[in-house]
Design a protein around this ligand. Sequence first.
Ligand SMILES: NC(=O)c1ccc[n+]([C@@H]2O[C@H](COP(=O)([O-])OP(=O)(O)OC[C@H]3O[C@@H](n4cnc5c(N)ncnc54)[C@H](O)[C@@H]3O)[C@@H](O)[C@H]2O)c1
Length: 437
Amino acid sequence: MSQKIIVVGAGYVGLVAGACFGSAGFTVGIVETNPDKLRSIKDSNVPFYEPGLSDLLKEGIAKKRLSFYSNQKDALESLNAQFIFCAVGTPESPDGSANLSYVEAALKDCVLNSKNHVYFIIKSTVPVGTSQKLQKMADNITPGKVSVLNNPEFLKEGTAVSDFLRPERVVIGGSPEAVEKVGAIYESFLLNQKPLIKIDSVSAELAKLGANLMLASRVSVVNQIARLSSATGADIRSIEKVLQSDSRIGSKYLYAGLGFGGSCFPKDIKNFIDLCKKQGVDASVAEAIDTFNDEQKLIFVNQIIKDFPKASSTRIALLGLAFKPETDDVRESPALAIVEKLSALGYRFNAYDPKAMETFKASVKKESNVRYCSCSEEALKDADALLLVTEWQEFQRIKAEDLKTCFKGKHVYDGKNVYSATALKDAGYIYYGVGRS
Ligand SMILES: NC(=O)c1ccc[n+]([C@@H]2O[C@H](COP(=O)([O-])OP(=O)(O)OC[C@H]3O[C@@H](n4cnc5c(N)ncnc54)[C@H](O)[C@@H]3O)[C@@H](O)[C@H]2O)c1
């Protein structure tokens, strides 16, 4: 008989985790409190865009490995599972700290409704000390009923399924006995000697925040170099090649652009800063990354205002709304920051994204001057400027000769350095890249 798992929260992390556990042969109960999302998942429809997830969900349902619930009580009664993975949101509170109310509510539900001893495994990204705090909360309700562990998730939206099925490492923090039990779940996921790192929960929690700070810092450092590159007439793309070919530096997260967005880096850095403050630790490096990145998202704004002083008669083709390609997630996307800033000044937008139109509509202020288009050609047709925000492949393939046939304007603001500056300039366009003169 296959082992039973419950996953609480069916968002970008929880639904991927549940479907992947199902494909690995576990019997999985997925709990989701949002009725629309639950209905959609039960009907085999993934309520967001994540490549490969839809097939896995359909397969899990067909093989009867996945079942769905609106609350933990029903899931626990039906499955009597021993392992509860918590993947609910931990959004940023106004003071920068992580809002733990969803995690705490999930823990309470678990303690109150489980019949036997269970492992409550926190996959959500949480402040340092959360597992210990939740262990105390659980023991205050019923001592010894629940063991709390931390199992930070490192998947990336866009490649989440393969990241989960073939992780570079799995980290589990908790008591040695609990870590052994939960670690066994991941045995079949760890191929080619990829490590299962068994540590204490405080270190696991800080390792997750530290990993995101480290990755975000690379993005900000290359963008810092890019600013000096523009000012001095160097080309950041050549500099990137030099940096990336140094094995000490490595090649990932080292491309100049409009900064990082998404649901993780910005909030996790703010959470890190908040934790430093609470511990009396200097957070100046993390603070600099945070503020620098906010400015980076708006790096073209002053140039656009200079090039087009008459805001209300300027229409900008905004290509890309998601915070990165292969996702429909627009949380903290540079496109949101740009539209908010320029639309308040009266600029108008023709927006197009292959997957993120609906999520963007739901997130952007209602009064923003955005017209939604069905393709890039439509967005470009009557636009004065092209602003590339997300490097979807279909945008990367646009060439100067394509622009000649469908673009009214002359100005190209390339937020991801994907276009040939020379080809565009030779064809008569005015080109701006990030860190390229
Ligand atoms: N998105 C990522 O790429 C990523 C990667 C690694 C870690 N994380 C972390 O994982 C956590 C989840 O992120 P996400 O992007 O999946 O969030 P999400 O907002 O997409 O999903 C969270 C889901 O939990 C549901 N939920 C809330 N309370 C619930 C409850 N008591 N019972 C059942 N369902 C409940 C919500 O309705 C929502 O569908 C966050 O802490 C995030 O920082 C996210």
